[in-house]
Design a protein around this ligand. Sequence first.
Ligand code: NZQ
Ligand code: ZN
Length: 388
Amino acid sequence: MIYDFTYQNPTRIHFGKTALEHLSEELKNFGSNILLVYGKNSIKATGLYDKIMGILNECGKKVTELAGINSNPRYSQVMAGAKLVRENNIDLILAVGGGSVVDCSKGIAAAAYYEGDAWKHYWEEQCPIENKIVPVASVLTMAGTASEMNTGSVITNEEKMLKLGRVFPFPELCPKFSILNPELTYTVPKIQMVSGIFDTFSHLMEQYFSGDDDCTSDYLLEAVMLSLINASRKALVNQHDYEARSNIMWCATMGLNKILALSKTQDWEVHMIEHQIGAYTDCPHGVGLAIVSPAYYRYIYRYGLPKFVRYAKNIWKVDGTGMSDEQIALEGINRLEAFIAELGIPQTLREVGTTEEMLPLIAKSTVKGGGYKKMDSEDVLAVLKECF
Ligand code: NZQ
Ligand code: ZN
């Protein structure tokens, strides 16, 4: 743990089958004006909307609703929410849904009382917070992003064709509380379930593939990867396997609440590339990550060979006898690709609607960074062509 850090995560988590019972006690800590933010249809179809409205009514809350948040939430939706917050003097934004709804709610919380161009200030220029922030809380219905316990807000500006992530400073934008009942995830369509699983797996790899120091965080990341692989295989067989779904849900929260990134350099270039694929195609986030990952790791593994050998051996149990380090590392990436196939995720960009003309545009607009290798537009284009 050679790099200094300060860590405090203030989100209170209520986890398990009875988690929703804590909503009324939590609501007592806030004023009466609630903005309820949710997605297209799922919470009404599952009956969760009625349950939550019942609790809000019992607690005497005045509820304003913002419905229809897109998967890959739009900046126009952030602005619509910001207006509702101001007009209704909102005391708490309650996000009920997946990462998109929670991310959008944090965007609203930050933008509502910012007087200038919030997109430019908070997402493009990544400026510090300068205005009043409205508290956010969540009832999570889909596992994957860890938005329930972090300050991330990934927003698509459809006019600018940009999907940009903002990691707001802790603790202001951390949800005040998050309610995680794994049973609520049973109804997530299979493609979204595996997208969420791979999103978490990618978060773990983005944090893992950087640095050559001996860091406790890397051992913890390996442990969560192993748990996630094991639980995912069980959930593929039975989507109602509580043990598996609860492990997946907690792996997801742990995967990006920043505790596994402490004292670590990190990569995050797969995410940067996927965000721009998402801006052009609107594909599910985890699906885009799964398409890019094997091509990206084959492109960069030579720059971090010892870590890729460790990954192949510790995660994918590559025996390695009689193999060179390069062969072991590549076999690890092959097994990652096989896992993606096992999850049933599409494996080419064409399958999610990317056209050849989009590739240079995506490459150019991708935020550049990287872990073992610093990427430029030509590097990103080479990766995109490889998985096209
Ligand atoms: O809109 P509804 O009808 O609610 O349907 C949603 C949506 O279509 C559905 N769904 C969610 N829970 C359900 C359900 N359907 C049935 N039963 C349930 N219980 O699933 C679909 C996808 O939901 P969404 O919220 O979009 O998925 P996810 O949680 O994967 O969030 C993706 C967004 O999070 C961002 C991504 O870029 C993407 O925009 N990320 C946020 C991060 C963060 N805050 O730190 C980090 C991630 O890397 C990621 O970038
Ligand atoms: Zn992600």
